[in-house]
Structure formats: structure tokens, C-alpha cells
Design a protein around this ligand. Structure first.
Ligand SMILES: Nc1ncnc2c1ncn2[C@@H]1O[C@H](COP(=O)(O)OP(=O)(O)OP(=O)(O)O)[C@@H](O)[C@H]1O
Ligand SMILES: O=P(O)(O)OC[C@H]1O[C@H](OP(=O)(O)OP(=O)(O)O)[C@H](O)[C@@H]1O
Length: 217
């Protein structure tokens, strides 16, 4: 690792796929990431160094100062109570939390509900706000299975196109917070490298604006 370069922890997978084209529009050559195979650290994405990590780990790298900048979904930031400083909404990875279940679910039924989710903290906060005590079962993926198999009464999960909900015969009962990919920064790094970090934010902001303008046109 080059200690003088700004280190950016990018969430691998879905976020990476949407953010790499945005970084390229901002003038950053991402060929090394595009040709990555199983590589996880990229030192030739001048003038930065990129690491690819899972979303929750991106927040850990930032909190421990092992990365200067993180690119991660707001779902992860909220769920993990991240205290990192948010500098930019990248307007990618746009989706929304929903409460969903099978069509016979009654959200107003007075019994204590069982809720399946990848996001226990967000789920607890939502039901606390309704004054409802629920049992939460943490699920790692394919959350939609929970109400279909009787594992849970309902789920709190994110949806983008609504296809997964529809194709599994589920129904949305409530819309919760919206989600998008954010650029967050370690506060100490911002103090040490303000010019480099704000210059990246400016370039990305320009790329987002140009993209929106070309969509409008
Ligand atoms: N359907 C979706 N549409 C848009 N953005 C999404 C959607 N699902 C997740 N996201 C966003 O993308 C981020 C990463 O999602 P992704 O599915 O790649 O990771 P993951 O849930 O950790 O999956 P995996 O465990 O398969 O790697 C989420 O934190 C969220 O911000
Ligand atoms: O509304 P849609 O566009 O259909 O997207 C919603 C799906 O996307 C996410 O799952 P993901 O693809 O990350 O897979 P996972 O179930 O393995 O987490 C989410 O958990 C939903 O299952």
C-alpha cells in the first residue's frame, strides 16, 4: 500500500458495477478494476488506491482509518450506525425499504409479529416508531423466502424494481426510508487531505450532473 495515496474502499458487487462507470465519467481510469479477476487492491487507479470490500466492512475500514473514503449504500451506513462524514449522494443504487408479506398478512393484527430481515436495527427502529414490539429474525439473503415458508410473518427489505416481490407473490404494506450509494470520509483523512478529497467530490458531482442533464435531453 502507498501511504501517501488517498485510499478508497468501494463496496464490491452491485455498488461497484454502478460506481465504476461514474468514476470513469469523472475522469478516473478504472481499467485496473475492470480487469480485476480476484484482485482486491488496485494501486494504479491514479491518483487513488482502491480496495474492494463488502459494504459493512467498508464502514469498518473507515472507522479504523484503514481507508480514507468509503463508497457504500446508505442502508449499510444506517444499519451499522456509521458516524463517518457523508460528503456526497452518488444517486446510484437507488432503492427503498419496504414492509412486505404474503397477501393474507394483516399489519394491524394485534399479535406480536415475527419479522425477517437483513437489517435488524432498521427494522427495530421502524417498529419502535409504531410502538410495536416484534421478534426479529436476521436473514442473510433471499429474504422474501421468510413469509413464504412461515419463518416470519413479514419482512423488511429493500426493493428497486419490485420484481422480486411481484414474482414471489408478495405485497408491499408500507414504504420506509429511501436508499442510495453515498461517499463518506474519515474525518481525520479529511483534515489531512482536504484538497484531494474535495477535488474528487467536485469531479464526481460534475459527472452526476452531466449524467442527469444527458438523461433530461
Ligand atoms: N435491488 C437493489 N437495487 C438497488 N440497489 C440495491 C438493491 N439491493 C441492494 N442494493 C444496494 O446495493 C448494496 C449492495 O448490494 P448487493 O446485493 O451487491 O450486496 P449484498 O446484499 O451484500 O449481496 P451479496 O451478499 O450477494 O454480496 C446494498 O447495500 C444497497 O445499498
Ligand atoms: O425490487 P428488485 O429490483 O427485485 O430488488 C430487490 C431485491 O434485491 C435485493 O436482493 P439481492 O439481489 O441483493 O439478493 P439477496 O437476496 O441475495 O440479498 C433485495 O434484498 C431484494 O431481494
Amino acid at each position: 500500500m502507498n501511504k501517501n495515496r488517498i485510499k478508497i474502499a468501494l463496496t464490491k458487487g452491485r455498488v461497484e458495477k454502478q460506481v465504476v462507470p461514474l468514476l470513469e465519467r469523472a475522469g478516473i481510469n478504472c481499467d485496473q478494476i475492470r480487469q480485476k479477476k480476484r484482485r482486491l487492491i488496485f494501486d494504479s487507479v491514479q491518483p487513488y488506491e482502491f480496495i474492494l470490500a463488502k459494504g459493512p466492512d467498508v464502514t469498518t475500514f473507515l472507522e479504523r482509518g484503514a481507508a480514507d473514503i468509503g463508497i457504500v449504500g446508505s442502508d449499510i451506513l444506517v444499519e451499522h450506525h456509521s458516524t463517518q462524514y457523508e460528503l456526497l449522494d452518488l444517486k446510484t443504487g437507488q432503492c427503498q425499504f419496504v414492509l412486505a408479506s404474503t397477501k393474507d398478512f394483516d399489519p394491524d393484527e394485534p399479535k406480536r409479529k415475527i419479522i425477517g430481515t437483513k437489517y435488524p436495527n432498521i427494522t427495530k427502529k421502524y417498529f419502535d416508531s409504531l410502538g410495536q414490539d416484534v421478534e426479529i429474525i436476521k436473514i442473510e439473503g433471499s429474504v422474501e423466502l421468510a413469509p413464504l415458508t412461515g419463518l416470519a410473518d413479514a419482512i423488511v427489505d429493500i426493493t428497486e424494481t419490485g420484481t422480486t416481490i411481484k414474482e414471489n407473490n408478495l405485497k408491499i404494506y408500507n414504504y420506509l426510508d429511501k436508499v442510495s450509494t453515498r461517499l463518506v470520509v474519515n474525518r481525520m483523512s479529511l483534515k489531512q487531505h482536504p484538497e484531494e478529497i474535495y477535488s474528487l467530490v467536485d469531479k464526481l458531482e460534475g459527472a452526476i450532473k452531466n449524467e442527469n442533464l444527458s438523461k433530461e435531453y
